[in-house]
Design a protein around this ligand. Structure first.
Ligand SMILES: [Zn+2]
Length: 389
């Protein structure tokens, strides 16, 4: 779940998110209680001053008269390797497919994180469009801290595979231990020997694993004025979690896992959260040929460094796969296309990404776009057939 999805969910759940609005802070006439004078008369509108503007309300508008690119449809057909069962009804699934057609998404991988009846239900819903969606299962970690863990989890994995799951995900470990949806394994990390048989079985069945380790670097840093990603970081903060395995050590764990199970394909979600240190991700790729990374939900993190990011894509284009992880509306897809395809500069997408900074297009070449949008994923998915035969 990304922050936007979280906010939508929070709204539905009736949770109060955030602080009073800018209007209230500025004492504008629209904010009822604060706008009244002592006698109940409306005070004149006070112009905002920089001292009163909160970062969360900051909505700068670019003043540059420079080219603006609208990419309605992706330049090449897309396989979206990172999405979730956002659509809950048949009508919503129909809408999603219409959106996919309009923006150029050929196929979407639905990472359900579930097993058992819950998986079966989602699988059935999406099987209405067999060529357009793949529905991947999760792991069942029940009894992970008792002797004898393993055979039952493998049996359920095999059952899901039999039922149609062609991959596994999204499996999370943000530093406290593995999680697959509601199934938790606190304290057990991907490189734990108790996980060996499951990873090996995935390799045997030709099921790639979408594995999310850690979270963006800002979430581990102090929530103060020096935090570059403060607005997002605060909502997903990890700096206040004691005994958490930090980002760097989680990447070590990811690498050890991939190295130990070289017959299994791992897709590290969100650039393995090394969007701030892509050079390190490049080294991890070079040591581990069975490791890919998806670029989902890290568009805003790579768009501030367009030249360095584009060089990274150039060098490791064969290991990166497109993903979204941000719902299924058309504007969302189009923002990702603008960032990958255009050379636009200094534009804002604060409502989409929540960072207060400006974005830039990476201007990727056709060769790289085709690989990342489609060909790498197609190769990876096709490799499953040869693995199983
Ligand atoms: Zn996700």
């Amino acid at each position: 779940m990304n922050r936007r999805t979280f906010l939508e969910w929070a709204k539905v759940a009736g949770l109060a998110v955030g602080l009073p609005s800018a209007a209230e802070a500025f004492g504008s006439p629209q904010s009822n209680s604060k706008s009244k004078g002592l006698a109940g008369t409306t005070t004149p509108h006070k112009p905002a001053s920089p001292e009163m503007i909160l970062l969360k309300d900051y909505r700068p508008a670019s003043i540059y008269k420079i080219p603006v690119t609208h990419v309605d449809k992706a330049k090449f057909s897309i396989i979206d390797m990172h999405s979730h069962p956002y659509a809950k009804t048949d009508a919503q699934i129909d809408d999603w497919v219409r959106n996919m057609d309009e923006v150029g998404v050929e196929k979407t991988i639905i990472l359900t994180m579930t097993t058992g009846a819950e998986f079966d239900k989602i699988y059935k819903q999406y099987s209405k469009y067999p060529g357009r969606f793949e529905v991947w299962c999760g792991f069942d970690f029940a009894g992970y801290n008792k002797p004898g863990f393993g055979p039952a989890a493998i049996k359920e994995l095999e059952r899901c595979h039999q039922a149609g799951a062609r991959g596994v995900g999204e499996i999370h470990d943000k530093g406290k231990g593995l999680r697959s949806g509601k199934s938790n394994a606190e304290g057990m990390h991907p490189d734990d020997p108790r996980m060996d048989a499951l990873w090996e079985k995935c390799g045997e069945l030709g099921m790639p694993i979408s594995l999310h380790v850690a979270d963006p670097i800002w979430m581990y840093q102090k929530m103060d004025k020096t935090n570059d990603g403060l607005m997002n970081a605060y909502h997903w903060r990890l700096d206040n979690q004691p005994n958490i395995v930090d980002l760097s050590r989680m990447v070590d764990i990811l690498e050890r896992t991939a190295a130990r199970h070289s017959n299994t394909t791992f897709i590290a979600c969100h650039f393995a959260n090394l969007d701030y240190d892509l050079a390190r991700l490049g080294e991890v790729f070079e040591r581990n040929p069975n490791l890919y990374a998806d670029i989902s939900a890290r568009y805003a993190e790579t768009a501030p460094i367009p030249r360095f990011a584009a060089q990274f894509y150039e060098k490791h284009a064969d290991r990166l796969v497109y993903g979204t992880d941000m719902g299924f509306d058309k504007p969302m897809y189009r923002v990702t296309f603008r960032i990958l395809e255009s050379l636009d500069e200094h534009f804002y997408e604060i409502e989409q990404f929540d960072y207060h900074w400006a974005l830039n297009g990476l201007g990727l070449s056709d060769r790289i776009l085709k690989q990342v949008y489609h060909d790498n994923a197609a190769t990876l998915l096709a490799a499953r057939e040869s693995r199983r035969s």
